[in-house]
Design a protein around this ligand. Sequence first.
Ligand SMILES: Cc1cc2nc3c(=O)[nH]c(=O)nc-3n(C[C@H](O)[C@H](O)[C@H](O)COP(=O)(O)OP(=O)(O)OC[C@H]3O[C@@H](n4cnc5c(N)ncnc54)[C@H](O)[C@@H]3O)c2cc1C
Length: 377
Amino acid sequence: MRVAIMGAGIGGLALAQGLRKAGVDVAVFERDPSPQYRKQGYRIHISPVGESSLAAVLPGAILQRVVDTATQPGDLVAGFDSQLNEQFSQVFPVAGPSSVTSVDRYAFRRALMTGLDDVLSFGKSFESYVETSDGVEISFADGTSATADVLVGADGVGSRVRAQLLPALGVIDIGVRCIYGKVPLTPAVRDLTPQPFLRGFCFASDNAGLGLAFAPVVFRTPPEEYGDYLMAVMTGTNAVLGYSDDELYTMGAPSLWDLVAERTADWHPSIRALVAAGDVNAAFPISLRTSLTIEPWPPSRVTLLGDAVHPMTPAAGAGANTALWDAAQLTAALTSAKPLPEALTTYQNAMTTNGQAIVTESLHNAERMFNIKVPVP
Ligand SMILES: Cc1cc2nc3c(=O)[nH]c(=O)nc-3n(C[C@H](O)[C@H](O)[C@H](O)COP(=O)(O)OP(=O)(O)OC[C@H]3O[C@@H](n4cnc5c(N)ncnc54)[C@H](O)[C@@H]3O)c2cc1C
């Protein structure tokens, strides 16, 4: 069986590793021209579900590389007001040295790419497919094509594979914008950082819809390109941020970071000092989107995983973990002795049930966290 995976994101790479480990012929096609192409760093919390899925699909040496390039585990989730008065906190036991509890997205993807050089093609933007009696013909934007027995859309929230396979599956914009940034953790910055911000995910809010989250990315082994940093993410609606999408998406990194400084000008001095120490070239905007209803569909030679089928807000810290879970389930289905339609029915039923529950939880969390009510069509 030859499996073609569209998208070398977290779920697509995990699936490729799992199938390869089982001896399946696999090819991965990624739209970006290279792994370094986009600003895509941020810290991703890995849950026990994500961790066990990684253990299921990755060969031992690659799992070890993920462990080695993961971030050191934290022990805290806490909320504050804009003057750093604690609103809530929860302390967790510190995970052991072989556990993965959070990763830097770029370093994680690089680790997941290990050993896939001969099957991973960059600069291949999926356009469309045609199912034939004995396979799938895939067309790319550069005019080239490929064939496979099974096509997997792992092409993220804006999935073109989903658009062709399930055109009615709705994805809505929840109206919240994130400005993502980085504060390099130099010795001087460590000294001025409030201690909780070095221990885990901390969310400060003005209680009127504007939030600024911080979380440490302290590597076990850093990537070549950069070192430890504090992830910083400002969240708010366009009205709360005071800028339209046209403005946010064209203003450039330094102006976006100026906006973060401007909107926190009367916040606690330690927060202002961290913003002042931020990397002004690292900022970029993200629009939060979610699916609402995900239902099983009849099996064919084309299926989906991760954000391509159940995009969700980051408010449950579960999108990547669910993509990893999907990858483990799909690996198991495609390497089982079942005929393809039965294997994909099993996968799609389990994946849609699980995905629906997490999408719903994540939307409720987002409504509470961002002080919004999402109008469900
Ligand atoms: C700020 C933020 C914080 C988050 N934090 C967490 C967290 O703590 N924990 C967690 O579990 N999740 C988190 N998430 C969610 C998580 O990042 C996503 O759910 C996860 O990346 C989904 O993985 P995926 O493989 O489905 O898609 P992606 O990782 O988005 O990968 C899709 C890939 O497909 C490629 N692609 C797109 N179109 C095409 C095409 N036409 N042809 C070929 N390739 C294409 C893209 O370039 C990309 O490489 C967070 C998200 C955000 C925005």
